[in-house]
Design a protein around this ligand. Structure first.
Ligand SMILES: NC(=O)c1ccc[n+]([C@@H]2O[C@H](COP(=O)([O-])OP(=O)(O)OC[C@H]3O[C@@H](n4cnc5c(N)ncnc54)[C@H](OP(=O)(O)O)[C@@H]3O)[C@@H](O)[C@H]2O)c1
Length: 324
């Protein structure tokens, strides 16, 4: 018998229901993992609320967890019972004590990383790897703007970019988060709701604007992100924590020859080799302390609704995980 969080209808965090369920044997290509720490991401909030209709209801949400290999399907090679592993999946099912998952999603956790760190920050760090290496050239000649710079993805992105000698400007939702962004490498940080926000960004870039904006806030920051860009600048919108972005006219981009992209991590995994390469790059970045995380906030699996409430109250910062 296993326990899981089931979503039967879209809605507020109260629809996350803790239930017992039978779990079948793993198929020939699957591994059964006993989860030890389950990551909580904004994606899970979109799935729960119905903004993304990508989970078949009733269903178990959750895209990532750390755990122990408990059973191995007949066709699976290269894994052993008892090994510490993690996974990222868009097929969901992580909010549970156990999961049967295709072996090609499973990655071994290196000895130097804890289950908590991987559960809270593997998917986020993979996102940063994608943003830094796979969309447009980010190098030391560039000045970038990172919105939600003290959020979970934001802080890793600031750290990674700073380590590459990129000049990083941050934006946050409130004054008290500014100090944290300085610790993560931002040379300047502004509150995103400040009506002079874009002017301040222009001031600190000698009137030029930034080369790239990494915007995960979406609706509330999109316009100021566009205004903060230099000529031929690149807006990478990878999230919508404040709501979806409204349609954009091509003529708006023509004003400064701007480019926009809207990347989704799962599309960048491609084949198993690529997924492994991205994971290796992330683990190396943790080992070399290019990226660092130190705070973890556990919630009992049965209290997943509290975990979602905390995330939605802007207090996540890549720390929240569920304990099965
Ligand atoms: N494209 C992809 O493949 C991909 C992958 C991973 C994550 N994401 C997206 O990236 C975004 C950030 O993820 P994360 O893990 O860094 O989340 P997080 O740790 O919870 O941080 C989100 C931050 O967004 C800001 N925010 C602004 N308006 C908000 C609102 N109305 N409600 C809540 N937060 C708001 C808050 O910072 P302030 O208080 O400073 O404004 C908050 O701390 C999410 O939208 C997520 O879905 C996308």
């Amino acid at each position: 018998m296993s326990k899981a969080i089931i979503v039967s209808e879209y809605g507020s965090s109260e629809v996350l229901s803790h239930q017992e369920r039978d779990i079948r044997e793993p198929s020939a290509n699957e591994i059964r993992i006993r989860n030890t720490a389950i990551g909580v991401n904004y994606h899970d909030v979109y799935v729960r609320s119905g903004l993304y209709k990508t989970l078949t209801l009733p269903g178990i949400p959750g895209c990532e967890a750390s755990g122990i290999v408990e059973k191995i399907g007949d066709n699976v090679q290269g894994f052993a019972i008892g090994e510490r592993v993690t996974f990222c999946t868009r097929e969901y099912g992580a909010y549970a004590t156990h999961i049967n998952i295709s072996h090609d999603k499973v990655i071994k956790i290196p000895y130097f990383l804890s289950d908590e760190l991987v559960a809270t920050n593997f998917l986020r760090a993979m996102t940063v790897e994608m943003l830094m290496n796979r969309i447009t050239l980010v190098d030391s000649s560039k000045t970038i703007l990172v919105t939600a710079a003290s959020g979970g993805v934001g802080r890793l992105l600031c750290q990674w970019a700073t380590a590459m000698d990129v000049k990083v400007i941050g934006s946050v939702g409130s004054q008290e988060k500014i100090e944290d962004t300085k610790l993560n490498g931002c040379i300047e940080t502004f509150v995103s709701s400040d009506e002079k926000f874009s002017n301040k960004v222009l001031d600190v870039t000698n009137g030029k604007g930034v080369d790239i904006v990494f915007d995960s806030v979406g609706n509330d920051t999109f316009e100021s992100s566009l205004s903060s860009l230099a000529h031929c600048g690149y807006l990478i919108n990878f999230g919508q924590s404040s709501g979806p972005v409204q349609p954009v006219l091509m003529s708006t981009l023509a004003e400064k020859s701007l480019s926009i992209s809207r990347p989704i991590l799962f599309h960048y995994f491609g084949n198993r080799k690529n997924y492994e390469n991205m994971a290796a790059s992330v683990f190396k970045a943790f080992e070399d302390e290019i990226i660092k995380v130190s705070e973890f906030t556990p919630f009992d699996l049965k209290n997943a609704s509290n975990a979602h409430d905390t995330l939605e109250s802007r207090k996540g910062g890549g720390s929240i995980y569920l304990v099965p």
